[in-house]
Design a protein around this ligand. Structure first.
Ligand SMILES: [Mn+2]
Length: 305
């Protein structure tokens, strides 16, 4: 049986490389413990890595692979969420240290996590907080993930951004949200969390109109240093059925990429993740979409390192 370690990102195109020669440090995290509806996110990283072999090196805008892509062994995901989060934190630290290091103060490694359920983001945020201090999280998702606890766990995927704000003190801006609870709405208001919800965009004429109308998506006081967390259910469920809780009314491909570009403009990116892919056997398009999204975000990151 093939395991996630069988695969490297873009293994079809790139010879094996040493981590110190690579900007992009891909960390597969096949963690699935608290999925609410459909399961299968533990198979997400392997599906993304396998699908990445079908990518072209040229995105149409640039060749991110020229900066080097190293794929780490998958983070072992047995045990409690806290144990797994600890291992993710260590893996991200190793990735930060394993790259080419700082040159002239510039960030030279970029951790890229492949989930797994959204909880995995918290491990990355903890490691990056230690390294960089306070920063902002740009969060693409159908859901706000701001619950204090869910189904008895504070480390449910439905709580990950609450942990980021409450436990780590990070700033947060949410894009594409269209499913959230009353207490989550109240929490957002109380904490002044910025958002560009799917309904807000639809009422203004759609993301294309929104993108024409404003300069920066983010409030001017939002931190310059940012992490981007992308739950694939931010996409419309017609485009991305392969996820635990697909939601109608979501983003389409170019909208998502252009919103990401606009959100990142003028900022410094210190890492990103793509999470919550739950591959459907025999259905290649969603897995390939996730792989392409990872590669496109690598490309966008080259503008804002
Ligand atoms: Mn979600």
């Amino acid at each position: 049986m093939r395991t996630v370690d069988t695969f490297r990102f873009l293994a079809s195109e790139l010879p094996p490389a040493a981590p110190k020669d690579c900007l992009f440090q891909v960390i597969p995290v096949p963690f699935e413990a608290t999925v609410s509806y459909g399961g299968g996110t533990e198979h997400g990283p392997a599906a993304i890595l396998e699908a990445s072999s079908q990518l072209e090196l040229w995105t149409g805008a640039c060749v991110p692979a020229e900066r080097g892509i190293y794929t780490w062994p998958a983070v072992p995901c047995s045990g409690t969420p806290e144990e797994v989060l600890e291992r993710i934190e260590q893996a991200v630290e190793a990735a930060l240290d394993g790259g080419v290091g700082k040159k002239g103060g510039a960030q030279q490694t970029l951790p890229v996590l492949l989930g797994g359920e959204h909880t995995v983001t918290l491990g990355a945020l903890r490691a990056l907080k230690k390294r960089y201090g306070r920063f902002g999280v740009i969060h693409f998702d159908a859901h706000a993930d701001l619950r204090e606890s869910y189904e008895g766990s504070r480390f449910s995927h439905a709580c990950v951004m609450r942990r980021a704000v409450d436990d780590l003190g990070l700033a947060l801006f949410q894009i594409g949200v269209r499913s959230l609870s009353g207490p989550e709405v109240a929490y957002r208001e109380a904490r002044g969390i910025g958002h560009l919800d799917a309904r807000e965009m639809a009422e203004q004429g759609g993301p294309g109109v929104v993108l024409r109308g404003i300069g920066s998506l983010l409030p001017s006081e939002f931190p310059e240093t940012v992490y981007l967390s992308f739950d694939v259910d931010a996409f419309d469920s017609s485009l991305m059925p392969a996820t635990g809780t697909p939601e109608p009314g979501g983003l389409f491909w170019w909208e998502a990429l252009l919103l990401a570009r606009r959100a990142l403009a003028g900022r410094r990116l210190i890492g990103f993740d793509v999470v919550e892919l739950a591959p459907i056997r025999g259905m290649h398009a969603p897995s390939f979409l996730a792989a392409r999204l990872v590669y496109e975000l690598m490309g966008e990151s080259l503008q804002v390192l």
